[in-house]
Design a binder for this molecule. Structure first.
Ligand code: F6P
Length: 581
């Protein structure tokens, strides 16, 4: 099996004195490395005065952990600055929180270059290189400049912003160019994938090709692969944890009261103030819940030297104090708010104890807490999940109670629905969610991604492979649509973007005219092409489908397809259908 070289900002070195890491990235990477073996390279979580010229390595089984501290300047500019005060808010659609300084960007580039210098001597020449997350976008470029020719994959664990937001970030062109150096870019959802491709096409003049985009002769493959969880392992750990003293103490302290639980890093993208307001809305509208529910929010400390995080911590303390001040009684405290980190096993036991999981980020790439909550439930009496529809996980966990995280009264009503949900309905919803999680678990994620990376490697060597079972399906169909219908339903000239279409059905449309010889739309959800001008042939799974102006072609999720032999004036409108197929 090909060895992996994983590069991520943080590295979890076993048996070190590191604090337990919050976030799903560490778990996802550990699993992949345990299976494939190789190197895990990145920051050791410490700071120093002068940049070290060698890496610290620890060997454990088939994995070499190679780490370096950051200098204090690197910590300020690369980590806290460009990664977390520029990219983090932009990617989470919160431009108001962006704080850009030119030295942040310079430090970001320079730290990636230093990491590449340190990593180079460790490479043997035949590994798969897999870079993770927004801190390390320039890594492929830095490695290429140092002569590394083999394929390099990247996975973004957070959302990819729309092109309008990307453009607000000073230096966006160079950042996008650095992304386009990768051979395979993985994203959490089809929506993120489309946003990335749109930025590369509209921002850099790339063109859509089969499986991704092409920029100046370089094929950038893209793939949407939601990160999953190890369902059975989590379920077992949650069941064991339920019997521990710590979890039993929680159970005793609750008595007959229902527990609503939230647990994540203390971060402004997680929607915590709105969550407290939602709980207050529940108490305000449902007197009968007083004394009968407890909301426990665990917010583990994170990025504490950034002002926004400090301000948020103070705000949450005041909101928790306010709710308790207004509603508490001599024998009941409605809110338990903790700004501390708990071991994963304890959290899983807490989740199993809860009647409601309350996970309401304002924007989130995936949100593994939601998935862990589901995996931790007891099958015969599972809790209900209230989940933000703006978390990547919502695309899979459709049987949760989905909420708008900005609508505090709506979330309060969702809490009431969850608390009063009959056991049978809870079981049904849970059954559906756990099946989805099993189909898409953590090992499926890494196998799919690494399979695609190996294919990119084969393509790079000029030997494309099409493994069994991955052939495109042929199920496209044509419906006739008159040009009058098209123009009535699709107002706006070709080239205009994101025009609402059939709003009642919740669909959205992107209009554009392809500039190259063919147009590839490899996205995972169902799509329609509406022939706007000219004619072309749609090639799909070995068959060819002639289409011309006025045709409406439905292409189901997951098919590989592209237009060939089109006339010079050929243009299509592409209609994306959320949730189709
Ligand atoms: O998931 C996003 C992410 O930034 C990960 O890269 C990281 O492991 C996690 O959140 C925690 O953030 P930080 O490393 O800044 O504490």
């Amino acid at each position: 099996m090909t060895r992996l070289v994983v590069i991520s900002n943080r590295v979890t070195v076993p048996r070190s004195r590191q604090k337990p890491q919050a976030g799903g990235l560490a778990v996802a990477i550990s699993g992949a490395l345990a299976e494939y073996g190789g190197i895990w390279f990145g920051w050791d979580g410490k700071t120093c005065h002068r940049p070290p010229t060698t890496v610290h390595t620890v060997e454990n089984g088939n994995i070499v952990y190679a780490t370096t501290p950051l200098t204090q300047a690197e910590h300020g500019q690369y980590y806290a600055g460009f990664s977390n005060e520029v990219l983090w808010p932009v990617c989470h659609f919160m431009l108001g929180s962006m704080d850009f300084w030119p030295e942040y960007r310079a430090g970001y580039e320079a730290t990636n270059e230093r990491f590449a210098d340190l990593l180079l001597p460790l490479l043997q020449g035949d590994e798969l290189i897999w870079v993770h997350d927004y801190h390390l976008v320039p890594m492929a470029r830095a490695l290429r400049e140092r002569g590394v020719q083999r394929p390099i994959g990247f996975f973004l664990h957070i959302p990819f912003p729309s092109f309008g937001l990307v453009r607000a970030m000073p230096g966006w062109r160079s950042w996008l160019r650095a992304l386009a150096e990768y051979d395979l870019i993985g994203l959490q959802t089809p929506e993120d994938r489309r946003a990335l491709e749109t930025s590369l096409v509209h921002g850099l003049g790339a063109r859509f090709v089969e499986g991704g985009v092409e920029l100046e002769g370089h094929h950038v493959r893209t793939t949407a692969q939601p990160v999953g969880v190890e369902v059975d392992e989590l379920a077992g750990a949650a069941a064991r944890s339920s019997g521990t003293r710590r979890v039993q103490r929680l159970v005793q302290s609750l008595g007959p009261r229902d527990l609503i639980i939230g647990a994540e890093r203390l971060d402004y993208s997680k929607g915590l103030p709105q969550r407290f307001d939602a709980y207050e809305s529940l108490l305000a509208h449902h007197r009968e819940r007083h004394g009968k529910t407890v909301f426990m929010q665990i917010a583990s400390p994170s990025r504490e030297n950034i002002q926004e995080y400090e301000t948020l911590r103070e705000l949450l303390e005041s909101k928790a104090g306010h709710i308790n001040g207004v509603y508490a009684d001599f024998d009941w405290v409605p809110t338990r708010y903790m700004n501390k980190t708990f071991a994963r096993e304890s959290l899983l036991g807490f989740f199993r104890t809860a009647r409601v999981g309350f996970v309401t980020p304002l924007r989130d790439g995936m949100n593994l807490v939601a998935k862990e909550f589901v995996a931790a439930q007891a099958p015969d009496d599972p809790g209900a999940l209230v989940l933000s529809e703006l978390a990547g996980a919502a695309a899979e966990l459709e049987s949760a109670i989905l909420v708008n995280p900005f609508d505090t009264d709506g979330m309060g009503a969702a809490l009431e629905q969850a608390l009063s949900m009959p056991q049978e309905e809870r079981r049904e919803r849970w059954q559906h969610m756990i099946e989805v999680l099993r189909d898409n678990d953590l090992s499926a994620w890494r196998h799919r991604y690494l399979h695609d990376l190996e294919q990119a490697a084969a393509d790079r060597r000029g030997h494309p492979r099409h493994p069994e079972g991955r052939e495109p399906r042929d199920s496209s169909a044509t419906f006739h649509l008159t040009p009058e219908d098209a123009s009535r339903r699709l107002p706006g000239p070709a080239g205009e973007r994101f025009v609402e279409l059939w709003q009642d059905a919740g669909a959205s449309v992107e209009l554009y005219a392809p500039r190259g010889r063919d147009l590839q739309t490899p996205h995972a959800r169902g799509e329609f092409y509406v022939g706007a001008r000219g004619s072309a042939t749609l090639r799909c799974a070995g068959s060819e489908l002639p289409c011309e102006a006025g045709d409406l072609i439905f292409v189901p999720a997951g098919t590989a397809h592209h237009f060939v032999d089109h006339t010079d004036d050929f243009a299509v409108w592409v209609v994306f259908v959320p949730g189709a197929n």
